[in-house]
Design a protein around this ligand. Structure first.
Ligand code: EPU
Length: 424
């Protein structure tokens, strides 16, 4: 709800939390799979779905297009796309979250037309959609603009060879889905390699799609002229951003914390950085255990497309760096405005020097002080919760609907390891 807030009592720099904290299914995987339901001629089942606001928004959009969406178990949904689907994405909802853009490809491929507003989401930079528009054009579509809505239409789409100017995650997923139902061969160059893209390609392939190369920078799709037929449920992979954020929380507040139901393999470069910073951790195939470290050391953090350090972990890492000894550099390479939250962190006591929109120095160790703060976006919102748990005294975090967009019942899971956090 819009006016809810978190009241948090911080540890004042103690490392006291203990226990297990489970990771949910990946938001940025499951949203694309829900969109992929439009490519199937039969019902699809999706398991390990996190109960978050972005999923509720996606379901509303899908229902508006005519898709049957049913939650059959706590974490499982079935989605059933009708013979004819709508072509108009409902403006207000589509504008509220970035993933709405991934619906455009399947709708265009099926109906030859799609109308949609510029997608919203976290305010972390300009977030253009030129790669989507140029790629649709290459496949034979016309692009128009009416009443601030994009109108994309095509009498006939055909496979094409497309070179992305930047390896965009959602553009890779959208074009992969579009090309699945477009006759001919599509080759996508300079695409993103995130594990969520591989999971989507694998799922589409089990339904009869012909996609190769997902997980590399070139993906080849041989289009089909009929809808896919789902044979197996989609298992949502664990959320690597949630796992990484919990690992950071454990390093700065934990005595002994085990992060369960995750895939450390998806966080290799991040964990390598943790190693350099002196974090005391061990991993199994599906867990990360973090014990108290004698000292955390300054490190340089450069965000990068997968398999590099995810931009979505940049703000929690900044909190980590306030507790690491020495001067660290943060270099945000993916988005334009993703350091804005640092001014709030410095008001909590962090020693931050912003050099330019992409780089900042953080010098630690500094004690943090509890404050009243606004969550500016999903990831910085969780970073503020971690900062508030490190800090001395009480913090109040407002705007938590931003945090609910991507983290299921975050306070309940933090309470499991001893955090004093209440939703009011
Ligand atoms: N870009 C363009 N033109 C485009 C598309 C992207 O120039 O048409 C640029 C962006 O401005 C940015 C860069 O490409 O500078 C990379 O952005 P990308 O398109 O990869 O980001 P995205 O697909 O919009 C997804 C995640 C983000 C995550 C980024 C990077 C979803 C729904 N969102 O966004 O997640 O930060 O990839 O990994 O999958 C979040 O979950 O909080 C979040 C922001």
């Amino acid at each position: 709800m819009e006016n809810e807030k978190f009241i948090i009592q911080g540890l004042g720099g103690q490392r006291a939390f203990e226990g297990k904290i489970p990771v949910r299914g990946a938001k940025n995987a499951v949203l694309k799979t829900f969109a992929a339901s439009l490519l199937f001629g039969n019902e699809i089942r999706v398991d390990n779905v996190p109960f978050i606001q972005d999923i509720a928004n996606m379901n509303e959009l899908l229902r508006h297009l005519g898709v049957g969406v049913e939650r059959i178990e706590e974490k499982s949904f079935v989605l059933n796309s009708p013979d004819a689907i709508g072509t108009d994405l409902c403006g207000d909802i589509a504008k509220s979250f970035r993933s709405s853009i991934v619906l455009t490809g399947p709708i265009l491929a099926r109906e030859g037309k799609v109308i949609f507003p510029h997608p919203g989401g976290c305010v972390i930079g300009e977030r253009p959609i030129d790669i989507f528009l140029e790629s649709f054009k290459k496949m034979g579509a016309d692009i128009d603009m009416h009443d601030r809505q994009y109108v994309i239409s095509a009498d006939k789409l055909a496979g094409a060879e497309i070179v992305f100017k930047i390896p965009s995650v959602t553009a890779t997923e959208t074009l992969m889905m579009t090309a699945t139902l477009v006759p001919g061969k599509t080759i996508l160059h300079n695409v993103a390699c995130e594990p969520e893209i591989v999971a989507l390609a694998d799922f589409l392939n089990t339904g009869g799609a012909d996609i190769s190369g997902a997980g590399s920078h070139t993906i080849v799709i041989k289009g089909r002229d009929s809808l896919l037929k789902s044979k197996e449920p989609y298992q949502t992979p664990p959320d690597r951003i949630e796992a990484g954020s919990f690992a950071i929380l454990a390093a700065v507040c934990g005595k002994d914390i085990e992060i369960t139901d995750c895939k450390p393999d998806h966080l290799r470069v991040f964990l390598r950085t943790f190693d350099n910073a002196g974090v005391n951790f061990e991993t199994t195939e599906n867990s990360i255990r973090i014990k108290m470290s004698p000292q955390l050391n300054a490190i340089n953090v450069k965000t990068h497309e997968y398999p590099g350090i995810p931009t979505d972990l940049q703000s929690p890492l900044a909190v980590f760096l306030t507790q690491a000894s020495g001067r660290s550099l943060i270099f945000e390479t993916v988005f334009e405005s993703r350091l804005d939250y640092l001014s709030e962190l410095s008001r909590m006591g962090a020693d931050v020097m912003i050099c330019d929109p992409h780089r900042a120095f953080i010098t630690g160790v500094t004690p943090l002080r509890g404050r009243e703060i606004e969550s500016p976006d999903l990831r910085a919102g969780l970073a503020f919760i971690i900062a508030a748990l490190v800090a001395k005294g009480e913090s109040i975090v407002h705007n938590i609907h931003n945090i609910d967009r991507g983290y299921e019942n975050i306070e309940e899971r933090l309470q499991m390891v001893g955090a004093d956090i209440k939703r009011i």
